[in-house]
Design a protein around this ligand. Structure first.
Ligand SMILES: CC(=O)SCCNC(=O)CCNC(=O)[C@H](O)C(C)(C)COP(=O)(O)OP(=O)(O)OC[C@H]1O[C@@H](n2cnc3c(N)ncnc32)[C@H](O)[C@@H]1OP(=O)(O)O
Length: 403
């Protein structure tokens, strides 16, 4: 028995935990009208709470989704969000108990992975989360960017406001996760991304790309603001969501945005690190990278299941010893081969924490880099090069979904 017990939050009290979360993030609490919509962004039975004298003082929520892992398999995942401890109850271990309960529950539900976006980088490593992909914040000057038309068929068409809540979700669901690190998006995810901003009177816009066969193969959701001190041509267009499995379609959508009249700058805060913008626009100085930041924090809740789900590169096997203090069932040795990975009694070649394993899982960073950083203990030096090949991935992971 811990001092603070973690319990499922009944539907009738979810709003209290939402208020707790918004207060912890210094955001205004939702009005009755806004809550009507916000309530629809929760999946039932996935919010945990800690009570003190009948009031919620800690909470963590999640929604269920699928994560595409190296090799293309889609693995069940708990998408963790709305984590908060009330300011008068912090640093007493409440989050630690919430994390233990939530991650154990995810493994029990058959979700071998959990991911989140961290408000602060200091919080989640101790709970076995590692940075599994990154995204780029980028600004492109419309007057200097020249994305040529490469030819080919396809049209970009603006969406009417009443189509914004339906067309992008349909198109995204049609693709499914098409790249390592991407996730499926349940209906609950879309509510705060489209319906709530529109209700708030925000200037949300959207456009869809249709290919030659009449198939909708890309879309973008964006918002345009004209800063007070800017002229008519100084508008800043911010891309909130841009998806198209084909790079040529992504390029066309960027071209459409950069040639929209009166737009001075197009920016995106969650672009893939490998989006070849500098090459597309001709003048590489038209593109300014403002930062490359941690995006997905991944936790393997069921290490044997997660390791079995992904594919591996072609090299001789290595044995990894994983140490997991929060979920000790995961601790032990795993033999990783080109054909797959499973538990073994063999002696380890490399030893690492569950957080380091999570950082390596999607292939965003090489094992040898983490060894240099002291996060992988090398017991057999020859194993390091093999582990780089085995755990490496063919493409740079990118989630492209913020929550
Ligand atoms: C996915 C998301 O929702 S991200 C949003 C997360 N929420 C926020 O940022 C809202 C504001 N912050 C909070 O609500 C709280 O401070 C939380 C949730 C971050 C932490 O909750 P707490 O109950 O204080 O954490 P807890 O007491 O379990 O801390 C465990 C350990 O982590 C450390 N820790 C916790 N939060 C932080 C932090 N923000 N920075 C540095 N260390 C931290 C504690 O010092 C403690 O270390 P110790 O084991 O060495 O003593």
């Amino acid at each position: 028995m811990t001092r603070f017990d973690v319990e499922p939050v009944p539907v009738s009290r979810i709003r209290e935990t939402n208020e707790l979360f918004r207060t912890a993030l210094h955001a205004p609490v939702s009005s009755d009208e806004k809550w009507e919509l916000a309530a629809r962004s929760y999946q039932t039975g996935r919010t945990w709470g800690v009570l003190d004298e009948g009031e919620y003082v800690g909470t963590a929520s999640s929604f269920g989704a699928l994560l595409r892992v190296p090799g293309g398999a889609e693995v069940p995942m708990a998408a963790v969000s709305r984590v908060a401890v009330r300011a008068d109850h912090t640093r007493r271990g409440i989050l630690t108990e919430l994390m233990r309960t939530q991650l154990t529950d995810a493994a029990r539900r058959g979700e071998p992975t959990a991911t989140l976006r961290a408000s602060e980088t200091a919080i989640y490593g101790r709970f076995g989360y590692g940075v599994a992909d990154r995204s780029r914040s980028v600004q492109v000057r419309a007057d200097r960017a020249r994305i040529g038309d490469l030819g080919g068929e396809g049209t970009v068409r603006l969406l009417r406001t009443d189509q914004l809540a339906t067309a992008p979700p349909e198109i995204y669901a049609g693709f499914g996760p098409y790249r390592t690190g991407m996730i499926s998006r349940p209906a609950e995810w879309w509510v705060p991304r489209v319906e709530m901003p529109l209700k708030d009177g925000r200037n949300l816009r959207g456009a869809v790309h249709t290919g030659s066969a009449g198939h909708r193969d890309g879309y973008v959701l964006y918002e345009v603001k004209v800063p007070d001190d800017a002229g008519f041509d100084g508008a800043v267009l911010t891309i909130h969501d841009l998806h198209a499995p084909e790079p040529a379609v992504r390029r066309r959508l960027w071209r459409f945005l950069l040639t929209t009249d009166l737009v001075g700058t197009v920016e995106m805060h969650t672009a893939p690190v490998d989006e070849p913008l500098e090459w597309w626009v001709g003048d590489p100085r038209a593109v300014r990278t403002k930062g490359i930041e941690d995006a997905t924090w991944l936790r393997l809740t069921d290490v044997p299941a997660a390791l079995a789900a992904r594919s591996y590169g072609n090299a001789e096997p290595v044995v990894l010893e994983v140490r997991d203090s929060l979920l000790p069932d995961n601790s032990g040795c795993y033999r990783v081969t080109a054909e797959g990975a499973a538990r073994t009694d063999a002696d380890p070649d490399l030893r690492l924490s569950s957080a380091a394993l999570a950082a390596l899982y999607q292939g965003d960073v090489r094992v040898s880099v983490l060894a240099t950083a002291g996060l992988v203990e090398v017991l057999d030096g020859a194993a390091l090069a093999r582990a780089d090949v085995l755990l490496g991935a063919e493409e740079t992971p990118w989630c492209g979904t913020y929550f």
